[in-house]
Ligand binder design. Structure first.
Ligand code: BGC
Length: 902
């Protein structure tokens, strides 16, 4: 069972300044217009009178869906062309405003090109500025203070008000969005007096925001970006550290640096504070056992003090700004004088569950040196790390106080050698460090952001930049690595390498789609197709358990899993995406033999299965497909939602597969009562699929590659038509030019289906192909991670990540059929060995750490062109070996060698 904590057992200390608190207290109000009549923008007018002048006036303004333009007294103060943006928050400097009447005129966009229908929308605004007496004044108009209309003609900002302008009203539902401008970091600390060095001490700590804790000047633990991303309305992960060695007799100090973190940073579609409200909060309990057994609890309470920290801006997507001149040396040591600091105050107790983080934390796992540095004509330096990865840079710099070094991160370069950030969309991915001017030099790395990049452009560097001055820090969820694959075939080596690096980059608390652009979401579809590969590369047990708990936390009342977790986007239950709720526990059971996860997750899976079945009694998944992505990014798709394989087919195939997995899992946990139920449904869905999609000659659906692959992979083809269906598929692949047209759903199973049905040679052709489209094409074009699209190099940069593991899901095939090893029974209780032994695969070796020990294989081609294969089986693990052209045989522990005649 997950360990939970009582949220009331320590005070939630606000990590905000008095000014930020005053601003928060000023509140603001949404103003909405009636349902839109068409796609035209909506206009809003607010006429107000200032009793006295305001200096340094600011307008904080938020709009749903997008903020097109803002005018103050007829003067444009903001305008944007970005029709793709979602919710928008702007902090606009207005200068001085005279006493007297003013008009704010705002145009809000209601239309999003993807959603294809106009949406209700509106805005919220808050004006602030200094009054004559030096106090900050806030004006936050109510909904009815605004007048609104849609489709006003040119010059509307100056209009004298007459119908059809009408009073705006508050929205009819809670937007769950309380926009707040990005905030700088806060330091929180307290003094702790101990009569003796403790025998044991545990720090249990978390924050709504990002935090790093220190005791007596030393950093606690090595987790990065804690607490990791989750749906903070439901679930917040808590970190626990043994801090015995950090405490001593006498005075001690406990400190935390708190910044925006995942809690307050933007999420696509939801804006800042996507799953909660300001303020950011720190929660901690230090439990100490003294000699003699006395227990002491030092928790966050009114004894803590707070001050501004040196991180003046920190955002997951946009980057971090650190002004080293604002550092307070020794702030977390006992001798520090904190009398100038403010007393910290209590913030509300959040409604979420506090769950101990049991999965491996994000850590800085390794560093990378620059491979090359070029200098641009403007003096900027561009560093190439030779590898795309997720993390950040650590710099060592010597220069004068006040100089700012700027780092901009990217996956691509422009023709002139500068970084090309266009595929990052709204993510600004920029770090800034202002030097304090240490004569001995200074070292810095950000703490509250991360980037997906290969290149970094450095501006403002003092003097010559040496390779050792900027290091790449590779960060990810620190799962044990369990797979290693080496091949003399550069394409295979490249594919394995690129997939591993995409897994590293995207196992980041959540399994994300990509680590760089303004997305980085836990897309369930990407996860479910990738999991079998992931489980070869790393021990994914803890990581899966954590993600399934998140899936359950956001599961809809009806039973659908959200398509993204945390659920940044409102879509749920997409076929091939929400399947993750069933595929992940099944994968973990098959790979590690663990049934505990199935039991823990069982009721949730039952609800998901029931939700699909309820309106689809005939056995085709017609209803409740919500946003059906289908075979996403398949080769023939002209636009994103194109149906290159009928979506009813892909959905029904996914459903049939899940039902089969449910049968397996019900059997595994002894739920014989449910085995018959799911078997019954599986039979019904299979029959319906066959009626609807399988033609008498063995062709399937619209004869697309993915249609045939899914039908064959998920056991939907009647035995009499199996070979015909596979032969049609093979002929179809050849006809297209020996290439696959598959997208996310068909690709992972493509080569297994061919190899399992007499077309192993074709599978190898596809695996080794280097023309477009293929995995080899990416390798040949210099990819160091897996591309999101087959045509990453020419694809539309509006959706084009170079570090997306989905198409790398084929890497499990390398382990299964090149290195030859799979679990023939759950947890490798029986080893299945079926190497292809094709001379074109060259030589190689593989090792995989299973729960039953390490398995090693090696393969190659000898002087007479005969393929050989060697296998080392650990004790107690029976193996059934099937090499081409020979009968299956059982072998025991030890080393075995097999040859296939040329
Ligand atoms: C993501 C995908 C995801 C998809 C949903 C994209 O924006 O990057 O990997 O699965 O949306 O179709």
């Amino acid at each position: 069972m997950t360990t939970s904590f009582d949220a009331h057992s320590a005070t939630w200390l606000a990590a905000e300044s008095p000014a930020e608190r005053a601003e928060r207290d000023a509140g603001w109000h949404w103003a909405w217009g009636p349902a839109p009549v068409d796609e035209a923008p909506r206009q809003f007018l607010w006429d107000f009178t200032l009793a006295q002048a305001l200096g340094d006036a600011r307008l904080l303004i938020a709009a749903q869906k997008g903020l097109a333009s803002v005018w103050l007294d007829g003067r444009s103060v903001h305008s944007s062309e970005d029709v793709m943006g979602g919710r928008e928050l702007r902090d606009i400097a207005l200068g001085s405003l005279a006493a007297g009447p003013h008009r704010l005129a705002v145009q809000v966009r209601l239309f999003h090109p993807f959603i294809k229908k106009p949406l209700e929308g509106g805005l919220a605004a808050r004006l602030s500025g200094m009054s004559g007496g030096g106090a900050v004044q806030f004006l936050a108009p109510q909904a009815h203070d605004w007048l609104t209309r849609q489709g006003a003609a040119e010059g509307w900002q100056q209009t004298s008000i007459a119908p059809p302008w009408e009073a705006a009203r508050p929205p009819a539902y809670d937007l769950e969005w309380r926009p707040t401008a990005p905030q700088g970091s806060r330091l929180l600390r307290r003094h702790v007096e101990l009569p003796a060095a403790p025998l044991a001490a545990t720090l249990t700590i978390t924050a709504l925001g990002g935090y790093e804790a220190e005791i007596n000047g030393l950093r606690v633990g090595d987790a990065r970006l804690a607490p990791e991303n989750s749906d903070f309305r439901k679930r917040l992960l808590v970190q626990q550290h043994d801090v015995t060695a950090l405490l001593r007799a006498g005075p001690n100090a406990l400190g935390a640096l708190v910044a925006d973190g995942f809690y307050a940073s933007e999420a696509i579609g939801r804006g800042r504070y996507p799953f909660g409200e300001a303020p950011r909060r720190l929660w901690a309990r230090l439990e100490v056992t003294l000699p003699g057994g006395e227990q002491r609890l030092i928790a966050t309470d009114e004894h803590w003090r707070s001050a501004a920290g040196p991180v003046t801006f920190a955002e997951i997507y946009h980057g971090e700004t650190h002004d080293a001149r604002l550092e307070q040396a020794g702030w977390s040591t006992p001798g520090f004088d904190d009398r100038a600091w403010e007393p910290a105050w209590a913030a509300p107790v959040p409604p979420c569950a506090l769950n101990l983080q049991e999965s491996p934390p994000i850590r800085a796992v390794m560093t990378r040196a620059a491979e090359s540095i070029t200098t641009l004509p403007n003096g900027d330096h561009v560093i190439d790390f030779g590898q795309n990865f997720a993390g950040w840079c650590r710099i060592q710099v010597k220069g004068e106080a006040g100089r700012t070094v700027t780092l901009r991160f990217a996956e691509l370069l422009n023709a002139d050698g500068s970084v090309d950030m266009s595929n990052l969309r709204a993510a600004r991915c920029t770090d800034r460090y202002t030097l304090r001017g240490d004569a001995a030099g200074e070292t810095w790395e950000p703490r509250f952001t991360y980037h997906g990049f290969r290149y970094v452009q450095v501006s403002g560097w003092p003097g010559e930049l040496q390779a050792g001055n900027v290091e790449g820090v590779v960060a990810h969820s620190d799962l044990p690595v369990t797979g290693h694959f080496e091949s003399s075939q550069p394409i295979l080596q490249g594919l394995w390498h690129n997939t591993l690096w995409s897994q590293r980059s995207n196992f980041f608390g959540m399994p994300t789609d990509c680590p760089q652009r303004d997305e980085r979401l836990g897309w369930t579809g990407d996860a479910q197709i990738f999991w079998p590969t992931a489980a070869y590369n790393m021990d994914v047990r803890g990581f899966t358990r954590r993600f399934l708990a998140d899936l359950r936390a956001s599961q809809q009342a009806g039973g659908a899993y959200m398509d993204t977790n945390p659920p940044a986007l409102p879509a749920a239950g997409a076929p091939g995406w929400s399947d993750a709720g069933v595929v992940l526990p099944h994968t973990v059971w098959r790979h590690y033999g663990e049934t505990a996860l199935i039991s823990e997750h069982w009721d949730s899976m039952e609800r998901w299965m029931a939700w699909i079945a309820e309106p689809n009694v005939e056995g085709l998944w017609r209803q409740r497909r919500d946003v059906d992505f289908g075979d996403w990014l398949s080769l023939d798709a002209k636009s994103l939602m194109d149906e290159t394989t009928p979506k009813l087919l892909t959905a029904t195939a996914c459903w049939a597969r899940m039902l089969g997995l449910m049968v397996d899992m019900a059997t595994a946990i002894g739920r014989s009562d449910r085995v018959a139920h799911f078997k019954g449904w599986q039979t019904r869905v299979q029959a319906a699929f066959q009626r609807e999609f399988i033609r008498p000659d063995g062709r399937i659906g619209n004869d697309s590659h993915t249609g045939a692959i899914l039908a064959l992979a998920f056991g939907l083809v009647p035995p009499a038509l199996l070979q015909a269906a596979a032969d049609h598929l093979a002929a179809n692949i050849r006809r297209r030019g020996t290439l696959l047209t598959t997208g996310f759903l068909g690709t992972p199973f493509s080569l297994d289906v061919l190899a399992d049905h007499g077309h192993a040679g074709l599978a190898v052709d596809l695996l080794l192909r280097t023309e477009f489209p293929s995995w080899g094409y990416m390798v040949k074009r210099g990819a160091t991670t897996i591309w999101e699209r087959w045509n990453g190099d020419t694809g539309d940069l509006a959706m084009n990540s170079f570090n997306h593991y989905a198409l790398g899901a084929i890497t499990a095939f390398l382990y299964r059929r090149v290195a030859g090893v799979e679990a023939a029974a759950p947890g490798f209780a029986q080893l299945g060995v079926r190497p292809l032994m094709d001379p074109r695969l060259g030589a190689g070796r593989m090792s995989h750490d299973t729960v039953r020990g390490r398995i090693e294989t090696a393969w190659g081609v000898d002087g007479d062109g005969c393929c050989w294969f060697e296998l080392a089986v650990p004790p107690g693990l029976p193996a059934s070996v099937q090499v081409p052209g020979a009968e299956a045989q059982q072998v025991g522990p030890g080393r075995h060698r097999f040859t296939r005649m040329a």
